[in-house]
Design a protein around this ligand. Structure first.
Ligand code: ATP
Length: 576
């Protein structure tokens, strides 16, 4: 496909404010894509070169891009900077300064050149990257340059989430009913490009033959919540109960000597955890295995587990060895997904657990998570209180006969966390879709509050529940403005449903965690809106922590969960 064609689709996607139109445009693009190129077309549309678990980053800053545009157009960098500051978008600046009307670029050329830029590293790489990019820009048309510039900065802003791609793929294949098959394959390999290419080359039967593989992260199973042990037992009967550890979720893939680790968000975090890699090599007996667990910093002398704020220190790209010494990790394994050719995701919990315990040789780093089986709510209360006392987050109850539900949040796993008087039983993750400039002292900072939404998977939309202004420091608000301005869009995103008008709309991209006093019904918000136009809203919301870089927009809590929490808040029984 000509790159120009892809750019035309990008322009349509950029301009639409309607969700259904977005599906139509995307499915039109997929229909027109050659089977051998559809994977790259999907990656590019999502602003990536490969799925995030491959760990490929462009490594381009504004400064480098300015130099590349300057070289490509023989314009002084100062002129590029001035054009940038007038438009606020380096894509628009590139479009203005690069004046060619047409080009001969194919999607494949552009993709390969971008890949060359991304993989160039080491001494002299900065100059090389600039050279490659300015060559690419030289050969591109003005419109193409706009999207190349945005892409290299990670600011394509099309906001095409994975569910949108799956829906559009099913539409392109001519049958929406194919979506569950596509989704299943995606849940097992986390690579939309691979799923699409298989669909185009081998048809839906090829997609149905997808199997779990070491090296391809499996989309993780997640928990529902209930407010009390009684309700958990009522729902699950005799159940397994595990400690809920508050650290990093790690999915470890062992393929002989090769070990990879993927985060909750399916990013490759292998290089961050040399201690887990070593332990997995020493303690996991099968040749090939995929297992999951939670890694937490702990005090080697006392065995005490540290809170998340300490564990987070281990999330870094430099000084890894030193930080591994300063904050050693403990890894509590809680799931076995695959072992030597056998897919354990299809086996019931008890069988997975027994196998997991039998293949771990305990050492100082790895051990199975704490677990017991009960049908007595009192036992859960007792364990829960003791767990909280030890600084754990609570418990996770797991249905004994349930398979591992890749990519799903359902009642096979139920979390019970501590709740505070006058607060919701749990925090809520919201996706930011816009912001308000604020009044008084806040106006000076540029952001007074953000518009927070929850996700509705059935319609693939983000629906507002709250304006959030409290809980941010002044420094954070200023940082928020800078960060959000980089993803601002001229109109409400097509996947956003809102009756409130934000001062500035942004692409659904960043997630924040908030707590609130309660959930109320409200005509101002669109989450769970009924035929009378009444939705749900958070009362007295406040942000805890800052942007959640570990969560994607679709990882925000869902409308269904908010409604569930609304129902549950009346009978909260577990209290501090
Ligand atoms: P939270 O912020 O509560 O962790 P979440 O949306 O990231 O929410 P949940 O589905 O609520 O995820 O809870 C599951 C998370 O709890 C897992 O992603 C994992 O990191 C963590 N966890 C800790 N201990 C366990 C355990 N024993 N079994 C399963 N998950 C556990």
């Amino acid at each position: 496909m000509k790159f120009q064609k892809l750019v035309e689709y990008f322009e349509h996607l950029d301009a639409t404010t309607k969700r259904l139109e977005m599906f139509d445009i995307l499915s039109g693009l997929f229909r027109e894509s050659p089977a051998g190129e559809i994977d790259r077309i999907i990656y590019l549309s999502q602003g990536q070169l490969l799925p995030p678990f491959r760990g490929i980053e462009m490594g381009m800053s504004e400064k480098l891009l300015i130099r590349a545009i300057s070289e490509a157009t023989s314009t002084p960098t100062k002129t590029v900077e001035e054009t940038f500051s007038r438009t606020g978008d380096l894509g628009a600046a590139a479009e203005k300064l690069i004046t060619h009307r047409g080009s001969n670029l194919g999607v494949e050329n552009v993709y390969n050149e971008l890949m060359d830029i991304a993989i160039t590293s080491g001494a002299g790489s900065v100059e090389k990257k600039i050279g490659f990019l300015s060559n690419l820009l030289k050969g591109s048309s003005s419109k193409e340059a706009k999207y190349i510039a945005r892409f290299v900065l990670g600011r394509l802003r099309l906001g095409i989430g994975d569910p949108t791609v799956l829906e559009a793929l099913a539409l392109a294949a001519g049958d929406r009913a194919l979506r569950p098959d596509l989704e299943r394959a995606y849940n097992l390999c986390s690579d939309l490009g691979l799923v699409a290419k298989t669909l185009m080359q081998k048809g839906i039967n090829g997609v149905r033959k997808f199997r779990i593989h070491a090296g391809y992260p499996v989309r993780m199973a997640l928990c529902e919540r209930l407010p009390s042990p009684e309700e958990i037992i009522a729902r699950l009967g005799r159940t397994a109960v595990e400690a809920k550890y508050d650290g990093f979720r790690c999915q470890v893939h062992k393929d002989g000597e090769k070990i990879e680790i993927f985060s909750r968000n399916l990013e490759r975090t292998t290089s961050m955890f040399p201690d887990i890699i070593k332990a997995a090599r020493d303690c996991i007996t099968p040749k090939k295995a995929i297992f999951e667990g939670e890694a937490l910093a702990f005090n080697e002398a006392t065995g005490e587990l540290f809170p998340f704020q300490i564990t987070i220190q281990r999330k870094r790209k430099h000084g890894i060895e030193e930080s591994a010494k300063e904050y050693p990790l403990k890894f509590f394994a809680f799931e076995l997904l695959y072992m030597d050719g056998i897919d354990y995701t299809e086996k019931p919990y008890l069988e997975r657990r027994e196998k997991l315990e039998s293949v771990i040789k305990r050492n100082n780093v790895i051990e199975p998570s704490e677990m017991f089986i009960t049908s007595d709510p009192k036992e859960i209360y007792k364990y829960f209180e003791a767990a909280i006392e030890r600084g754990l987050e609570g418990v996770v109850a797991k249905r004994l006969d349930a398979t591992y539900a890749a990519g799903a949040r359902n009642f096979n796993w139920i979390k019970l966390k501590r709740s505070y008087r006058g607060e919701l039983a749990d925090s809520i993750d919201l996706c930011i879709v816009g912001y308000f400039r604020g009044k008084g002292s806040r106006a000076r900072l540029g952001v007074g509050a953000v518009l927070g939404t929850v996700y509705e998977p059935e319609t693939d939309t983000f629906r507002t529940v709250s304006k959030v202004g409290s809980g941010f420091s002044e420094k954070e608000l200023a940082e928020l403005r800078d960060t959000l301005d980089k993803i601002r869009i001229p109109h409400k995103h097509p996947r956003v449903e809102s009756v409130i008008k934000a001062d500035v709309w942004v692409e659904p991209h960043y997630v924040i965690t908030v707590t609130a006093d309660e959930i109320t019904r409200s005509p101002s918000h669109t989450a769970g809106i009924d035929s009378d136009g009444i939705g749900y809203a958070l009362r007295f919301p406040r942000a805890v922590g800052f942007l959640r870089h570990d969560k994607k927009p679709e990882d925000a809590n869902t409308v269904k969960e908010v409604i569930e929490m609304f129902k549950q808040q009346k009978n909260v029984k577990v209290q501090a």
